[in-house]
Ligand binder design. Structure first.
Ligand SMILES: [Zn+2]
Length: 393
């Protein structure tokens, strides 16, 4: 399966590049206008309608096609929003931008793009970018320019990693827990909660009664918060995928669709609790793990809602429902096995097992002797001992 990623850097735009960005923006808006007026959504129909209209723009024809394609993308996204019942306005490209999958060349560490007939402009690429595109099997598919950034879209068709077992990833507010029957590992993310609290405090401390300045300051600190937490997540997910590749374990994720509806007004939770739960980027962790795994050719299994039901409250050993107790904090008690287990670990182990059920269907069966274990069921005790589970003293 083809994996897609992007690599970006800053660059210094020349005057002719800036002219091109502005021209591209205007062409996108022209195509949007034509598309809306004729209710044309498909790329083919939009191209037929607007290509001739774009003749008046003094731009290489590659960019005309790309502008139409960009407009078609915007229109499709808008249609989706309309179908879902969101309020939409007529789309309009505000920021100057240039996206193209045609006409560019990468030579001697330079990205060469056509700016006018027979005239090319070269942008030096940084070592980071050059390193990323020089990896084996990597193809550069398109480039995107904004006023300050250059972004290359790169693809790779990685050889599939044959996995012998699975590993479950459970996401919590303060950590990511990764594990299976053999081993579990916590990745501490409690710093992200601290960062979020600091951001809230900083924004709340702003006293001046000016909504415009307040918005700017809030968005500045919000961006800072996002970049800091994303960095934490990147470090964690990178290690998770690297370890899984090394051990040849397919990653099992739970389905988090509709997670936001768990923490809404009127659900009987406090304002602060809701803010904390909704502030945590569950989707981002999943996105990062998925694209990193795909890039290396590692299989990712996404369990459905039904498959993950009760994964954090079922004993991975015997299938009994686990008891929670205030004194145990984040620990759970199995009355059947008479053991106390860590709640996050239980979830990760259960996810890995349930993923393995799915995994086993798509390939030759893994026998018990090879370290495979079926799903824990009531009355079907598995002999595997979960490491790190301390018996009650
Ligand atoms: Zn049990």
């Amino acid at each position: 399966m083809l994996a897609v990623k992007s690599v970006w850097q800053h660059y210094a735009p020349a005057r002719e590049v800036l002219r091109l960005l502005e021209l591209f923006r205007r062409m996108v808006n022209e195509s949007l206008r034509i598309g809306i007026a004729n209710n044309a959504l498909s790329l083919r129909r939009l191209s037929l309608l607007s290509y001739n209209q774009l003749a008046q723009y003094d731009s290489p024809s590659y960019y005309k096609l790309c502008a139409i394609s960009r407009a078609a993308g915007i229109l499709v996204a808008r249609k989706k929003s309309v179908r879902r019942g969101y309020a939409t306005r007529n789309p309009y490209a505000v920021r100057p931008l240039l996206v193209s999958c045609y006409g560019f060349k990468i030579r001697n560490g330079l990205l060469e793009i056509p700016v006018a007939r027979g005239q090319r402009f070269a942008i030096p690429l940084t070592t980071h970018t050059l390193h990323a595109i020089a990896q084996p099997g990597v193809t550069v598919r398109s480039f995107t320019l904004t006023r300050t950034r250059l972004c290359l879209c790169i693809t790779r068709d990685p050889p599939r990693i044959e996995c012998a077992s699975t590993i479950g990833v459970d996401r919590n507010l303060r950590n990511l827990t990764v594990g299976n029957d053999n081993q579990t590992q916590h990745y501490d993310l409690s710093k992200s909660v601290r960062i979020a609290n600091t951001t809230v405090r900083v924004v709340a401390s702003f006293r001046r009664d000016d909504v415009r300045i307040k918005t700017r300051i809030a968005s500045k600190y919000g961006r800072r918060r996002i970049s800091r937490t994303d960095h934490l997540l990147h470090n964690a997910t990178k290690t998770i995928v690297a370890v899984a590749v090394q051990r040849r374990e397919a990653i099992v994720l739970e389905n988090i669709e509709g997670l936001r509806s768990l923490y809404r007004r009127g659900n009987g939770q406090g304002r602060k609790y809701r803010g904390r739960m909704n502030g945590w980027s569950f989707g981002e962790a999943q996105r990062q793990i998925e694209y990193k795994a795909r890039w290396t050719g590692l299989q990712v299994i996404r369990l459905s809602r039904r498959e993950t039901r009760g994964s954090s409250t079922t004993c991975p050993r015997c299938g009994e429902r686990l008891q929670s107790d205030k004194r145990l904090k984040r620990k759970l008690w199995c009355s059947n096995c008479r053991t106390v287990m860590d709640r996050d670990m239980v979830a990760a182990v259960n996810l890995s097992r349930r993923g393995r059920v799915r995994f086993a269907r798509s390939r030759p069966p893994i026998t018990e002797a090879q370290g495979g274990a079926g799903e824990a069921m009531r009355g079907n005790p598995t002999p595997t001992v979960i490491p790190g589970v301390e018996p009650r003293s």
